[in-house]
Design a binder for this molecule. Structure first.
Ligand SMILES: CC(C)(COP(=O)(O)OP(=O)(O)OC[C@H]1O[C@@H](n2cnc3c(N)ncnc32)[C@H](O)[C@@H]1OP(=O)(O)O)[C@@H](O)C(=O)NCCC(=O)NCCS
Length: 204
């Protein structure tokens, strides 16, 4: 289907990947632009976008105004299975590209490289009740217009069709705008183990 301005939400396509990495970079600083904060602009997307669109492209949706991706929501059905593939298939490639001492220790790039070498594992008490998880980011001019809700609804519909019983996400508590958005959409705090985790059940 050709996207139109009245309905710019569509399924992910492989040639969206670079645009999604760009959206990720432009929203990676607690929701703000992290472009000036990374010596390697591909790192945020390599961690937060690449494995999702590679492993579960059918759970990736894009906001496209006709000029390319302006935002996305990415999901994974089974977090533990995703984490296992991440450790076995995705991170080893990045580990070869990015040695642990590639960047100065106090930089954002160094923090992402640490994550590449020691991938995050979501808390057991969260995953046991909410097996799926998601990421969402929109460029600033698309924020506040209802598109975040639309993308989340689209993904949750697909997750429900696939049999998921619950979905969670991790968010920086400093990103008060996003926390307010998620809570408005019915996500509730379920853990503060290593960050703030919000979740909501899914029912068919
Ligand atoms: C967070 C984000 C995805 C929200 O998407 P959005 O398009 O701006 O939000 P929407 O316009 O769809 O808002 C949906 C609803 O949430 C409400 N809402 C949004 N932010 C809110 C807040 N901080 N507190 C309370 N309600 C809020 C809206 O009023 C709207 O309510 P309604 O549908 O009942 O009228 C988007 O702003 C974004 O990408 N921000 C930058 C990147 C980011 O922080 N990503 C999350 C990282 S964890």
């Amino acid at each position: 289907m050709t996207p139109t301005i009245s309905d710019p939400v569509r399924d992910y396509r492989p040639n969206d990947r670079d645009a999604l990495y760009s959206v990720c970079l432009q929203t990676a600083a607690t929701g703000g632009d992290a472009t000036a904060l990374h010596a390697d602009p591909s790192l945020p997307g390599s961690v937060w976008v690449g494995p999702y669109v590679e492993f579960e492209p059918d759970l990736a949706f894009v906001l496209d105004d006709g000029a390319g991706a302006q935002g996305y929501v990415l999901g994974t059905l089974d977090t533990r299975a995703f984490e296992a593939r991440l450790a076995a298939e995705w991170m080893p490639l990045l580990q070869r590209l990015h040695p642990v001492d590639e960047f100065e220790p106090d930089t954002r790039d160094a923090a992402l490289v640490r994550l590449i070498h020691q991938p995050m594992v979501a808390p057991a008490e969260v995953v046991s009740e909410y097996p799926s998880h998601l990421h969402i980011d929109l460029l600033p001019r698309w924020q506040g217009g209802g598109w975040g809700r639309r993308l989340i609804d689209t993904l949750l519909g697909r997750l429900t069709e696939k049999g998921s019983t619950g979905v969670f996400l991790g968010v920086s508590p400093a990103n008060e705008h996003a926390v307010g958005f998620y809570q408005h959409l019915g996500f509730e705090p379920v853990s503060t183990d290593g960050g703030l985790w919000l979740a909501r059940p899914l029912t068919a």
